[in-house]
Write a protein that binds this ligand. Sequence first.
Ligand code: PEP
Ligand code: MN
Length: 346
Amino acid sequence: MLVMMKLHATSAEIEVVCRKIEAMGYRAHPIPGSTRTAIGITGNQGPIEAAAFESLPGVGECVPVSKPYKLVGRELKEETTVIDLGDGVQIGGKELAIIAGPCAVETREQTRAVAAAVSTAGARLFRGGAYKPRTSPYSFQGLAEEGLKILEEIRRDFGLKIVTEAIDVESLDLVERYADVIQIGARNMQNFSLLKRAGRSQRPVLLKRGISATLDELLMAAEYILAEGNYSVILCERGIRTFTDHTRNTLDLSVIPAVQRLSHLPIIVDPSHGTGRREKVIPLSRAAVAVGADGLIVEVHHQPEEALSDGNQSILPSDFEQLMKEIRQIAPVLGRSVISNSVRAI
Ligand code: PEP
Ligand code: MN
């Protein structure tokens, strides 16, 4: 059940409702909307009596939740969540969030070369894994904390916000100290202990769709994070496994409007893992923007043939510049914008 407060309900009135929910042994999730605050309730096993709340001052109405997820649904919050990372960088707002960088942080030189290029081209967020979930235990596993330190330098020297992956509860403890956004990868989408730990973090979380996850499973995974009190979650479509053999995965762009109908969380697209092929990254980026995604996460490498991971799908800095040029033209059709590189260049 959701407790919808009245238009001008005071913070004291909201507080009284939350206290009552907690006194019943449940957890209250007050979520401010553009016009009024909705309070989600979790922890209850069965239905809750609306009458217990409807007589409280400031309460508008109590609405039963029709979906298995209570906090990620649009029933709780009508408008899309905008995640503010500071310095004018937002995810879910009018400006598209463009995250670019190598698959993995390999060396300081490699990371700086890519950061310089993507920042000049207009990216405001930088990606790069310090912990890599690899299919083979013999493949490059990432530089761990040394990689996180390089990312910290990138934030300082290029003014880019850092998005980097935590692969388990232990790495999350370290990642949250260095990252602006914690990435949870496709393989971990249903790692429930990791999701719960991310839910207790102060950092926003980028949650990638599992390789065979349904829309409901993706939303329920996000629900784990919100249920712990972290409401800053960005969903990411990164391709699912199908029978196609011309791409690594099939990028399910049709999930974007489906998510947007059901959930208030922003959703971005990863055309790199979504296709696995460099030449498909720009076309699918155009399509992702056109379908209404809130942003992109793209792998870029200055020497992709030398990359320690995902070289085949990493685009060159010059390709990234072209990608930005093209989406700058498409975005306005959707009422969105992409910051111009001349404004951004440092
Ligand atoms: C990545 O972003 O490099 C990555 C491993 O992504 P995914 O979890 O989508 O495979
Ligand atoms: Mn990768």
